[in-house]
Design a protein around this ligand. Sequence first.
Ligand code: HEC
Length: 427
Amino acid sequence: MLKKIVLLFFSLFLAFNIVQRLPSNEVKSETINSPISAVPTQTPFPDAHNVPPPGWTGRVFKLSQNYPTAMPLAENYPWKQFNLKTQPVQYLNAVLRYGLEGNIQQDFDVRSNNVRKWYHAPNMHLNQESGREFIRGLTKERTSEKFKLHPSQNKRVQNWAVSFYNAPGGFIIGKVWADHENPKRQFAIFPEGTVAIKLLFTQADQTLVPYLAGSLVWEADIFRKTTTVIKPQELHLLQIDIAVRDTDTDATTGWVFGTFIYNANRPGATVWERLVPIGLMYGNDPTKYPFSSNTNLTETVYNPNLATEKPAGYNEFQGFNKRLNGPVDNPKSSCLSCHSTSQIPETVKPIPPPGQEPTYFRNIKAGQPFSPGSISLDYSLQLQVGLGNFTQEKRIEKNNFKILPEFFPIGRDGKIIKGFKFLGQTH
Ligand code: HEC
């Protein structure tokens, strides 16, 4: 009897010790919804890849990184009053209005929005070529080859973008990155009502792409690699992307992705009124086989007036077999297909290798990984890019390929996945 009691106490003591020793990266009592547990004061994340040069008097980007420390209260989100399957345009416009409200007035310094605050994903500055530039916080996107945007676009043009998340999204980003040196990727599960908005700008102007006349112009430092003198370039707003975590679509992916294109020839007094909703998708239509002959998708819903509202001379907006995609995205993919690959550690190619379409056009539910055994980053590619950059930086800093193995793009064979590149290569 005494032996048993001693043994019991000994095992309790052991168990207690093990719990104490769990690496700080483990979820203990902290759950996804619980407030962020106290962490020592952190050095702020850098705003951009470069600091402004001496004497710079222009605009300077500030990363919105005062993430909420507790889960924001649920709101009556304006898009929820619409049926996204039968009223895609109303749904999309409601999300866009919510995303622009208060941000236009502050010229997209989303920290000082008086209606609601928005937040940026950190560690996207780290890449020399494509990391955040210092004027607007833009990161480099897929380049548009000649004639992709319009028959008169006779040069390749670069595209750059910035995204921001609302408070529910900002809370999760802040929770993943609460300890700046020890990110907790297992918290990357976004709550209902999370919204991310992405503004996408192109180097093309109206002489190359006539429907860009009168669009929003931003200056950005996109050539830092080739010159020491800062010569800001003018970029033009081409596309706006949205992503919404909406439980009404839990039967497919739980996410709604949608996109808009600017069209100079639409009526409307402001740039914002001349944005044309292209459509939305809430699933990849995985049952529509064979992919090649299928035209009647149900999980991609286009603006029914797209043919008359889209800019003249612009056709390339569709993804794989008419699934939704944006004007500058890779047409072999779709919004949800590419974003479903966001996971750690096993990073797969974002675009389907030939023959793998059935794997890439599955409906993966929110919070589920693309590959079994990996941790999902819940459709957020900005989290994946930030975590990837961070790991690469650590690896260079410590000259050690073995640290933080959980962040490496390592396949189950233990080898670093060939051809994996961070940021800028994935679109
Ligand atoms: C082939 C890959 C690919 C496709 C297709 C794609 N995206 Fe993305 N998207 C990315 C990458 C990579 C990022 C993160 C880096 C960045 O922001 O540039 C991103 C970022 C975003 C963000 C910011 C939040 C986040 O999830 O990281 C939104 C919103 C977004 N995309 C919406 C869309 C929409 C809407 C479509 C379709 C119209 C789309 N994307 C198509 C690769 C893709």
